[in-house]
Ligand binder design. Structure first.
Ligand code: ATP
Length: 310
C-alpha cells in the first residue's frame, strides 16, 4: 500500500482502486504518470492494488461510509465495486484506463487525459442511476448484480466474446467492429418476449437485446443514444427478425446513432424490464462475459451513485 502526501487540508483522501490488468495492462503502465499528477496536485490518496474484483469489492466495503473512491481501469473495475458504493454514500471518481471506457467516454472522459479527469473534481458531485440485474432462470437463478453502463444478450454478447481474439493494441471500436464481422456469420435468431414496466413490449424473433443505462458500448457504438444516466430510467433496445446483411448495416447505423426508428429496431424506456428467451442466450454485463441466460430482469436505482468527476 502506498500513500500520497496530504498537502491540501480540504481534499478528502481518495482510495485509489488500481486494476493493473485493465486495458490489457494500460492501467499499470500509466499509473506512474497518474500518481505523479496526483502528487503534483496535492491530492491525498491511498493505493489499493487488487488482484481480483472480489478483493477490490471487499476492501472498499471495509472503508468508512462516505470515503471517496477513485477507480483506475475500465468499466469492469467500476462495476466490480458498485455493491460497495450503492447506498453507502461512498462517492466515485473515474479515471478511465480500460479497453472500451464507454461509460467514461459518454461523460467526456478520455483514457489518459488525467488533466480533465482530475480538474473535474472541482465540480459538484452528480448522482447517476445504477441498474440491477436479476437472473430469473437457469443456473444463476436468484443471483443479482449491479451494473453502471449496460448489458447485452445475443449478438452483442457474442461480439464481446469474439473481441478477445483481437490484438491488444487495437482501439476498442476496431476490436468491436472486428468481433461483429467475425460473429455475423453465425447469426442466429431466437424468440424473445420482453415486458417493460409490467406490460408486454416486444415478442418475436430477435438477434439481440440490450438494456442500457449509458449510451454506448464496444468502444463507441451508440446503441442507446437517448439514454440519460440521470433520468431514473433504463433504455431497452431489441432487434426484430433480421438477416446478416441487414445486421451489418444496422451496426454501421449504430455507430452513427441512426438506427433508432429504423424498421426492425425496437427501443423504449422504463423502470423495470423482464426479458425471456426460448433458449439459453449469451450475456455480457458491463462488457464482461456472463455466460448464458434464458430469463432476467433489470431495474433502475435512480441516482444511486455520486460521481465526483462526471
Ligand atoms: N480491482 C480489480 N482488480 C483486479 N481485477 C479486476 C478488478 N476489477 C475488475 N477486475 C477484472 O479485470 C477485468 C478487466 O477490467 P476492466 O473491465 O476494468 O478493463 P477492460 O476490460 O480492459 O476495460 P473496459 O471494460 O472499459 O473495456 C474485469 O473483467 C474483471 O474481471
Amino acid at each position: 500500500m502506498l500513500g500520497g502526501t496530504l498537502t491540501h487540508a480540504t481534499s478528502p483522501e481518495f482510495t485509489v482502486v488500481l486494476n493493473a490488468q485493465a486495458g490489457r495492462g494500460l492501467a499499470a503502465r500509466k499509473w506512474p504518470q497518474l500518481q505523479a499528477e496526483l502528487l503534483r496536485r496535492g491530492l491525498p490518496f491511498t493505493l489499493l492494488t487488487t488482484a481480483t474484483p472480489e478483493e477490490a469489492r471487499a476492501r472498499v466495503l471495509a472503508l468508512p461510509p462516505h470515503a471517496p473512491i477513485m477507480t483506475v481501469g475500465g468499466e469492469g473495475t467500476v462495476s466490480a465495486i458498485l455493491p460497495a458504493l450503492v447506498g453507502t454514500g461512498r462517492p466515485l471518481a473515474i479515471i478511465p484506463l480500460g479497453s472500451g471506457n464507454d461509460f467514461a467516454g459518454m461523460l467526456g472522459l478520455r483514457a489518459g487525459d488525467f488533466g480533465e479527469a482530475l480538474n473535474r473534481l472541482a465540480y459538484a458531485p452528480r448522482a447517476v442511476d445504477v441498474l440491477e440485474v436479476q437472473w430469473l432462470a437457469g443456473d444463476g437463478a436468484g443471483q443479482r448484480r449491479y451494473l453502471l453502463n449496460g448489458l447485452g444478450m445475443g449478438f452483442d454478447a457474442q461480439v464481446n466474446q469474439a473481441m478477445k481474439d483481437t490484438p491488444a493494441r487495437w482501439p476498442g471500436l476496431a476490436r468491436y467492429a472486428w468481433g461483429a464481422f467475425a460473429t455475423v456469420r453465425h447469426l442466429h435468431l431466437s424468440s424473445v418476449s420482453v415486458e417493460l414496466d409490467g406490460q408486454p413490449w416486444y415478442a418475436g424473433p430477435s438477434a439481440l437485446c440490450a438494456v442500457m443505462n449509458g449510451t454506448r458500448y464496444g468502444g463507441g457504438f451508440r446503441i442507446s443514444p437517448h439514454s440519460d444516466v440521470r433520468d431514473g430510467r433504463l433504455n431497452v433496445v431489441a432487434s426484430g427478425p433480421i438477416g446478416r446483411l441487414e445486421l451489418l448495416k444496422l451496426m454501421a447505423q449504430v455507430l452513427a446513432a441512426r438506427h433508432i426508428g429504423q424498421p426492425g429496431v425496437h427501443a423504449a424506456q422504463g423502470r423495470q424490464v423482464s426479458v425471456r428467451w426460448n433458449e439459453p442466450i449469451a450475456l455480457h454485463v458491463d462488457g464482461e462475459d456472463a455466460g448464458k441466460v434464458t430469463a432476467l430482469s433489470v431495474k433502475v436505482h435512480p441516482k444511486a451513485v455520486q460521481l465526483l468527476n462526471a
